[in-house]
Write a protein that binds this ligand. Sequence first.
Ligand SMILES: C[S@@+](CC[C@H](N)C(=O)[O-])C[C@H]1O[C@@H](n2cnc3c(N)ncnc32)[C@H](O)[C@@H]1O
Length: 209
Amino acid sequence: MRQHVNPLSKNFDEIERIPSFIEMFDDPKLPLHLDIGCAAGEFLFDLALANTNWNYLGIEIRQRLVKTAKLKVKEREIKNLYFIFGNANKILNDFQSTFITKNVTSISFNFPDPWFKKRHYKRRVIQPEFINMLSNSMLKGSLIFIKTDVKDLFNYMDYTILSNFNFKKIDKKDFSYSESFNPNKFETNREKYVVVNKLDIFENIYIKI
Ligand SMILES: C[S@@+](CC[C@H](N)C(=O)[O-])C[C@H]1O[C@@H](n2cnc3c(N)ncnc32)[C@H](O)[C@@H]1O
């Protein structure tokens, strides 16, 4: 399977219909966590099975992964987990998704594609306009989590988020993980690889003020 997909390709211009929360989840009133670039969604399956008091939504650009994840949700009858296929920038910028960004409690960007070449930076999922849209839509107090093993990408994401004055960095020491979307501190697939190989992990949490 292709590892890298160009999110700016015309293939992703059209987005699928976004169902309402009532269609996605058994209890749409639960707090919602959104994971952007969730790959096959294993991290979200761990979270959804362990924390039935949260709803989890994953967006992933590789269609086959989303198809398989959706089948797994159906087979296992998981009622607090949903996956959407497509380019997260396009999906969340679309008018039919406003209800998602307006109601999300937290969003994670876990080990997003680094796109090392400068001419490919525009393919990175975090872009100033995207952060601007999130800041206009997300409620005060909602959170953004970023995590990567690529220092340059971390600096870029940190700079882009903090250039928007509606987001402030939270000191991880003061953060209560037990009340977050990930109280058990489950690791994503990439994170497991990074931990086993003893690579650095750079992470930050931002709050919408
Ligand atoms: C390096 S993988 C990390 C996967 C997972 N978050 C983890 O930590 O194991 C990055 C994932 O983001 C997806 N992705 C990249 N750009 C995207 C975009 N614009 N919208 C949605 N998914 C995207 C890729 O297809 C890939 O599955």
